[in-house]
Design a protein around this ligand. Structure first.
Ligand code: ASP
Length: 323
């Protein structure tokens, strides 16, 4: 008998349509009808919080991650399914992934459609997530299950505002699938980023700046001047920026701000290939760190947690060097 906990946190999966659109005022409880039929499983449903996921801050993500860590230590359950809004699901799942040891299967799921809509996907997604939580192999890390696909927390992103097949891992694809008869894995992640053990402490002042043609330096200067301790820059292509942005990065570095370069591209690594002013090689030579092929929103959370844990720049560089 597998003991599975379903921890609900809000999102469209719990919303009902009122006269003024979707919200949590008229609340739909997690629909467990689809999971009662899974054999040899004891399901416990616990409401942890009830928020639309754009309202979930990094601090709340840390609370959820700490709660999951407590469950991992207690061994009270054989697996946990977290229901969450889709908008920031990838961020909460990633924070849990870098915080957890990995011995407890933790599966995030959600719905793109509320139960007021035709073709509702929530009940099926919950059932698939419970099945994954029951069968997940150890050390897979936190996974996300929607639309019958299993994705790794470190790679998954919401790609479409509306489609039920919104979640994808660009450049990598799903780890596997949930079919009618069983759960099938096609690939396993061979590594994942891990924080040092201990409770999550976040440095709030870590920003994310997405560059656009002729834009970026003002925001970087603003963050530096207002005391930010870390800035993640979503640069162009291989990790390149305009010379004015490079100068702003230099000013940030001179003030002791940690600057990490990611790319606006959906796939591929940052690499010091271009030596022109603002090129990736130039930025790394100046002392910025490369985040490889990781997404900016996830690296920002990693930076919040590593700076919060008191890690030095060299330790963070070593952690990112595997990317
Ligand atoms: N806006 C909703 C949320 O993230 C979307 C969803 O749950 O699918 O809470």
């Amino acid at each position: 008998m597998k003991r599975i906990l379903v921890l609900s946190t809000g999102g469209t999966i719990e919303m009902l349509k009122t006269g003024r659109g979707l919200n949590l005022d008229h609340h739909a409880n997690i629909d467990t009808g689809s999971i009662q039929t899974i054999q040899d499983t004891e399901i416990t449903v616990r409401k942890y919080l009830s928020l639309p996921s754009p309202h979930i801050t990094p601090e709340i993500m840390a609370d959820i991650s700490n709660e999951l860590r407590d469950l991992e230590i207690s061994k009270e359950f054989d697996g946990v399914v977290v229901t969450h809004g889709t908008d920031t699901l990838e961020e909460t799942a990633f924070m849990a992934d870098i915080h957890l040891e990995g011995s407890l299967p933790v599966v995030f799921t959600a719905a793109m459609r509320s139960s007021s809509e035709l073709g509702v996907d929530g009940p099926r997604n919950i059932r698939s997530a419970v099945r994954v939580a029951c069968t997940e192999t150890e050390n897979l890390g936190v996974t996300i299950v929607l639309n019958d696909e299993i994705h790794a927390a470190g790679r998954v992103t919401k790609t479409c505002t509306s489609n039920v097949s919104s979640f994808d891992s660009p450049g990598y694809g799903p780890l596997g699938f949930v079919d009618d008869d069983r759960v099938i894995y096609h690939r396993l992640p061979i590594w994942r980023l891990n924080l040092p053990p201990g409770p999550l402490v976040l440095e709030k002042r870590v920003g994310l700046v997405r560059t656009a043609a002729g834009f970026g330096h003002d925001v970087i200067d603003f963050l530096t001047e207002t005391g930010y301790r870390g800035i993640v820059v979503e640069a162009f292509g291989r990790g390149n920026v305009h010379p004015e942005t490079a100068d702003a990065i230099q000013r940030a570095l001179d003030t002791g701000v940690l600057v990490v370069i990611t790319s606006r591209c959906h796939e591929g690594r940052v690499l010091g290939v271009y030596s022109y002013p603002g090129g990736g090689m130039d930025l790394l030579d100046r002392g910025a760190l490369s985040a490889g092929d990781m997404a900016g929103n996830k690296i920002r959370l990693l930076l919040m947690a590593t700076i919060g844990a008191g890690l030095e720049k060299e330790q963070i560089r070593r952690m990112l060097s595997s990317l």
